[in-house]
Design a protein. Structure first.
Length: 103
């Protein structure tokens, strides 16, 4: 039981990372932060929100198909992992946004 839970955590972590990085590349957020084009904070928040919704829906659907009743735990796991990626991207924004102001 514990082994399946750890594998699920790893799978959700990889899926949230992949979905978030794909959306960041699609919206070209890193380039916007470095160049200072527009207001790049909104695409960062939107990307993380969309990634959270996609991974949460997939997790709940997988649990529904498997017949498990741990929907709240799955959504909380997705929320915690997405929070880690959001903190990482906000730190990137904070670090590089300040660098532009001094150049």
């Amino acid at each position: 039981m514990l082994g399946h839970f750890l594998i699920d955590i790893l799978a959700v972590a990889i899926l949230t990372y992949a979905a978030t990085e794909y959306l960041l590349a699609h919206f070209d957020v890193r380039q916007r932060v470095i160049v200072g084009d527009g207001w790049p904070l909104m695409p960062i928040l939107t990307t993380n929100g969309l990634s959270f919704l996609a991974v949460s829906i997939l997790s709940v659907l997988a649990l529904f198909v498997a017949g498990a009743n741990h929907y709240a735990e799955a959504v909380m796991l997705c929320l915690c992992l997405q929070g880690i990626w959001l903190a990482r991207h906000l730190w990137f924004y904070h670090r590089d946004h300040l660098r532009l102001g001094y150049e």
